[in-house]
Design a protein around this ligand. Structure first.
Ligand SMILES: NC(=O)c1ccc[n+]([C@@H]2O[C@H](COP(=O)([O-])OP(=O)(O)OC[C@H]3O[C@@H](n4cnc5c(N)ncnc54)[C@H](O)[C@@H]3O)[C@@H](O)[C@H]2O)c1
Length: 263
């Protein structure tokens, strides 16, 4: 897909990777840009700067996503690319067991990383199928392919996001619907909180602009996986070739990266 003259929606567009995407899409000459975020003020500021629309939105709210899609289609006639990008990161709770995060944390991760993608697809598919084309970009994470120590709720729901994207691509490819999953390791955003990214940062921390470059290239190629850190492709292959060896390697990685609060 080429972005020129396209109509694009970006959730979580008011910060980090989402803002990098919005800026780059604007440079590419999209004709409609909708920036949706919980942070209404930041979304409005960016929309004013880039000449887009802003929407105050919690992606956990299906009715709000449906209304945004309907409004955008009414204004621009269609949505060419819907980017489900909003996300949150929680470290496992105090004991750092895989089960330590409480149920509220698991539920929030599930709703934001998975259900929000389903809500967006449910709202956009009728228009896309009718036109015989449309594109979903899901910001997932390398953690959705490879897990990540100390973040069980994040890594598990990011795996589920990949699962839904696969179903979407397999089921609706023949309808002309394309899907890409963006799976970076560490990116220099508020989510990283000024840290080196821990395990995710071992191959370097990219800027949102570098990630946006990879996205534009990946959309051009219509690749299912967009991997701004190219090492992820090899790690993914290593996992598929020998799961037990890969689990052993991840245990070693986890041991080497104990959070400061652990003895
Ligand atoms: N930063 C990284 O290292 C990294 C690595 C891999 C994947 N990711 C993924 O990239 C995506 C963007 O994260 P980021 O790093 O730019 O973080 P960020 O914190 O800078 O931006 C996240 C944005 O999502 C918005 N948001 C959060 N919950 C929302 C909700 N319920 N409804 C609407 N908006 C909501 C926030 O307000 C914020 O503007 C996330 O899905 C994240 O999991 C980030």
């Amino acid at each position: 897909m080429e972005l020129r003259d396209k109509v694009v929606v970006v959730t979580g567009g008011a910060s980090g990777i989402g803002t990098g995407l919005c800026r780059r899409f604007s440079e590419e000459g999209v004709r409609g840009l909708v920036i949706a975020d919980l942070n209404a003020d930041a979304a409005a500021d960016l929309a004013a700067e880039l000449g887009g629309n802003s929407v105050a939105l919690d992606v956990r709210d299906e009715a709000a996503i449906a209304a945004m899609v309907a409004d955008t289609e009414a204004e621009f006639g269609q949505i060419d690319l819907f980017c489900s990008n909003a996300g949150i990161l929680n470290l496992d709770g105090d004991e750092y067991w895989a089960t330590s995060s409480d149920n509220d944390v698991w539920q929030r991760n599930w709703e934001i990383h998975v259900m929000a993608h389903i809500y967006a697809a449910r709202a956009c598919l009728p228009g896309m199928i009718k036109r015989g084309e449309g594109y979903f970009l899901h910001t997932v994470s390398a953690a959705g392919l490879l897990t990540q120590p100390y973040t069980a709720a994040y890594a598990t729901t990011k795996h589920a996001a990949i699962g839904f994207a696969e179903s979407l691509a397999i089921t609706h490819g023949d309808d002309g619907v394309k899907v890409s999953c963006l799976c970076p390791q560490a990116v220099d955003t508020a989510m990283l909180g000024g840290t080196d990214g821990g395990a995710a940062g071992l191959d370097g921390v990219l800027s949102p602009a570098q990630v946006a470059d990879a996205v534009v290239q990946g959309l051009r190629e219509e690749a299912f996986l967009i991997l701004p850190h190219e090492q992820v492709a090899q790690y993914h292959l290593n996992k598929a070739q020998n799961y037990d060896r890969w689990i052993g390697g991840m245990r070693k990685l986890r041991r080497s990266m104990r959070p400061p609060t652990l003895p």
